[in-house]
Design a protein around this ligand. Structure first.
Ligand code: ATP
Ligand code: MG
Length: 360
């Protein structure tokens, strides 16, 4: 069986280091293994509009930002098909058919959607499109016959929902859709990177992000003013590393070789954690180290971005070509879906003949 990847991001802002460790970095690594037959990376503008209907300009502006972030992280358009969701209308049609296979109560149980509804104060009036976005995500994944979906932990319920739709569809209409597998980050710290303010998730919508496109100075400023352990008041006080975002970022980004380069007093992160927990290690020192580690990771991304920023028309051309290719692939799946659902009236010679016989 072919190995196919589908994943993507909502163009609701520039991409941040949570996206990077949660999914983007993994995609680039998977792309570079050469083991995948096809890789589709989607900029989910239609999904972004489900909770930004009154702000289409935000979505429109951020498409190129997300594309620039992709290219600067090393997604290669010659290998990975980068496309815009709304440019592939087959996805909307698939969603409409899948809606018949999902109940309202099932959608209401989706924990990520529940949390997002609360975060957006949608409790009193949820847009129908937003409520049903897990179904449209199933359309995105199945349209490309994806076998693997590399995403952050918050996407687990979406992949579960997709699998249920696949099973139900195949049961009712015959084996047609491919059952996808989620691929979560191996590193626990990367499952759901917290915000710089210490809140549970770094999120574009919460304004607690370090962006891949932030300048060196901005990254430094954000790191030096990060939330840490609020009980660690004086340097000599014992500190907590659990739930401390500075240490979670170090878990996500730092490698042993960073110590030799930036902080030779320690050999590895465990030694730093032990010292911090014992007391006697100040937050500023740890933050300075984190800053060095982050700058080392982000500098090449920033440089590649600066190159691509000089040729924005080329970026749009990549998206156009990618969208055309994605549409051709999705059209093939849609044809198979229509045939399985018996709504391929004009292509079904047997049906035409049968009806003709009936009226003889
Ligand atoms: P929005 O607030 O608009 O939903 P977002 O920051 O949650 O934006 P998405 O575009 O919804 O970003 O998510 C894109 C991908 O990045 C998904 O695979 C998601 O799991 C992953 N991701 C998002 N935030 C994080 C995070 N803080 N840690 C790890 N992965 C994340
Ligand atoms: Mg999100």
């Amino acid at each position: 069986m072919s190995k196919i990847i589908l994943t993507g991001d909502r163009p609701t802002g520039k991409l941040h280091i949570g996206h990077y460790v949660g999914s983007l970095k993994r995609r680039v690594e998977l792309q570079n293994t050469g083991e995948y037959d096809d890789i589709f990376i989607m900029i989910a503008d239609a999904q972004a509009l489900t909770d930004n209907a009154d702000n289409p300009e935000k979505v429109r502006q951020n498409i190129v930002e997300v594309a620039l972030d992709y290219l600067s992280c090393g997604l290669d358009p010659a290998v990975s098909t980068i496309f815009i969701q709304s440019m592939v209308p087959q996805l909307t049609e698939l969603s409409f058919y899948y809606m018949n296979l999902v109940t309202v109560s099932r959608l209401q149980r989706n924990p990520t959607v529940k949390a997002e509804i609360q975060m957006r104060n949608f409790e009193a009036s949820i847009p129908v499109g937003f409520f049903t976005y897990p179904i449209s995500q199933a359309a995105d994944i199945t349209a490309f016959k994806a076998t693997v979906v590399p995403v952050g932990e918050d996407q687990m319920p979406m992949i579960e929902q997709t699998k249920e739709i696949v099973h139900k569809f195949n049961y009712v209409y015959g084996e047609t859709l491919v059952d996808p597998k989620i691929m979560l980050p191996d590193n626990k710290a990367c499952l759901r990177l917290p915000g710089t303010d210490g809140s549970a998730k770094m999120s574009k919508s919460l304004g607690n992000c370090i962006y891949l496109s932030d300048s060196e100075q901005d990254v430094q400023k954000k790191i030096m003013s990060m939330f840490t352990d609020p009980t660690h008041l004086r340097v000599e006080d014992p500190g907590h590393v659990e739930g401390n975002p500075v240490f979670i970022y170090l878990d996500a980004f730092c490698r042993d070789e960073h110590f030799a380069e930036f902080w030779p007093e320690y050999q590895n992160l465990q030694e730093v954690k032990d010292h911090y927990t014992r007391g006697g290690l100040g937050d500023v020192k740890v933050k300075r180290f984190l800053n060095s580690v982050m700058q080392a990771e982000l500098a090449p991304i920033r440089e590649r971005r600066a190159q691509w920023e000089k040729d924005i028309p080329a970026v749009y051309e990549i998206l156009k070509k990618g969208s055309e290719r994605a549409e051709a692939v999705a059209a093939q799946t849609l044809a198979e879906v229509r045939e399985a659902m018996k709504i391929n009236y004009f292509d079904d010679m047997a049906l035409i003949k049968e009806q003709a016989e009936r009226y003889k």
